[in-house]
Design a binder for this molecule. Sequence first.
Ligand code: ASP
Length: 343
Amino acid sequence: MVHRRKFIQASVGGTLGIILGKIAAGNQAPAVLKGQPVVISTWDAGMEANKAAWEILSKGGRALDAVEKGVMVTEASQNCCVGLGANPDRDGFVTLDACIMDEFSNCGSVAFLERIKHPVSVARRVMEKTPHVMLVGAGAQQFALAEGFPLEEQKLSPEAAGAYQEWLLKSEYKPPLINVENKGHGPFAPARLSNGEWNHDTIGMVAMDTKGNLSGSCTTSGAGFKMRGRVGDSPIIGAGLFVDNEAGACTATGQGEDVIRVAGSHSVVELMRQGLSPEAACKKIIERIVKIKKEKAKNIQVAFLALNKKGIPGAYAIHPGFRYAIRSGKKEMLVNAGSYFKE
Ligand code: ASP
C-alpha cells in the first residue's frame, strides 16, 4: 500500500508512461494502435496479474486466455480479498465468486464457491462445458471436482485468521458496514484507510488482443465478514463484468450491492455503445449510484474500469484512491482514476 505512489512515479518515465500519465490527469487517453493488445485491471494487484495476461497477449494469444491466466495470479496470492487466502465470511469460511466473458458473449460464472483455488477457471468451464451461465455453492463445487479441480484444505491464511479473530471481538454487522476507522479490512471489505483511501481488492480485468477482440474476468472473495451466502456483483454478468465485442468491456469493484442495482458494467458498456468515452461512461454510472444513495454515497466506494473498441481505457470511482493497472506495448503502470468526491 505504502509503495503504490512510488510505483506510479517510477513508472511514468517511459514514453508510454508519459502518455498514460495524462490519463491520470484526466485527459483523454490515446487509442492503442490497431493490432496492439492492451490489458487493464483493478487495483495494485493488477500489475502482477497484467504480467501474466501480457505473456499471452504479446504472443498474439486470445484475450479470453489472457484474462483467465491474469487473474489466476491474484487468486493464488495471499490477497485479503481474492482467492482462498482472503478474509472469510462471518462464520469463518472463505467463499469465492468469479465470472468470465468472451468476444462472442459467451459467459460463465460461479458464486459462493468454497475450497477451490481458481474460481475463474471453474467459471470458464461452466461457460465452455455446460448449457448454463452460473453455478453456485455446493453445485459449483461438485462441478469443479468433476472437472478435476482439487478440493483444497479448509484453512484460513494466517492474515485472514488474524483479521477474523479481530472481527470476532465485536462481530458487528451493520449495513452499510463501513468502518472508516479501520486501518485494514474492517468489519466489511470496503474500509476506509487511515490515510483516507478506500480499500477494495476485487480483481476485474479486461483485455483486447491483436485481433481487436475483447474479453473480461472478475474474481473475489466478496465483502469480508459478510453474511454466509452473500453474493456480490463480481460473479454477476452485467454487474461486476460485461463484454460486448462491438461496444467495449467493463468491470467493477467496490460495494457490490450498489453495482448490482444499476446493472453497473452493462450500463457502462451501453453508454460506450452510444459514443461516450470509457471514462465518461464510467462517470455517468457512478453519478447514477450517488444519486440513488444520496447521503449514504459518502460511505461507500464503487469504481468502474472500462475499455472501448479502440483500446482506450477509462475509469471513475465514487471516492479518490481507486487506481488501475495497465499494460500495453513495452510499458506498464498504475493510473489514478477520477472520482465524484474529491477527498
Ligand atoms: N465488489 C466486491 C463485492 O461486493 C467487493 C469489492 O470489490 O471489494 O463482492
